[in-house]
Design a protein around this ligand. Structure first.
Ligand code: MN
Length: 159
């Protein structure tokens, strides 16, 4: 092999290694920690989402903890929690909106505290799958009150 061919081969190997590393990094960032659970009910979700219960409700903790995976574009209906809710983002890029406020972008590592009875919705952004852990405390006061779906106009209001 002459010098030019060797140089080209070297460049090719370096580029392939860089691509492989980039792919594994983005895969790592988008990967959910837990396996997907049950498909979320179409009564309360637009698009496809999966809910895996991690901590079931009981009288010791009065807390439900779930892992929720949303496909791109998927979101839950407008709703509120009588005792509030905490969301911990573990993968992807998502949206969070409270009534009368603009949509917030959510990234892996973000922690959102939703005050009791604040009307809101959460879900994936248009182009990314999105995963969060949802913590519902003080379930003796109720867990969730579902309302109307988030319209496409509302969903697409994020610029
Ligand atoms: Mn909520």
């Amino acid at each position: 092999m002459n010098k030019v061919k060797l140089t080209l081969l070297f460049v090719l190997v370096v580029v392939m290694a860089a691509c492989k590393q980039k792919n594994s990094m983005s895969t790592e960032n988008d990967k959910s920690i837990f396996p997907k659970g049950e498909k979320a009910s179409a009564d309360y979700f637009t698009g496809t989402a999966w809910v895996k219960n991690l901590v079931p409700d009981d009288t010791t903790y009065n807390t439900i903890i779930s892992d929720v995976v949303f496909e791109p574009g998927a979101r839950n209906n407008w709703h509120k929690h009588p005792s509030g809710q905490i969301l911990i983002v573990t993968a992807g890029v998502g949206y969070y909106q409270e009534k009368e406020k603009s949509i917030q972008l959510l990234y892996k590592g973000d922690v959102i505290r939703i005050a009791p009875n604040v009307v809101h919705w959460h879900g994936a952004s248009r182009d990314s799958e999105f995963t969060h852990i949802a913590i519902n405390p003080n379930t003796e006061n109720g867990v969730v009150e579902w309302m109307q779906p988030v319209s496409d106009e509302e969903y697409n209001s994020y610029k």
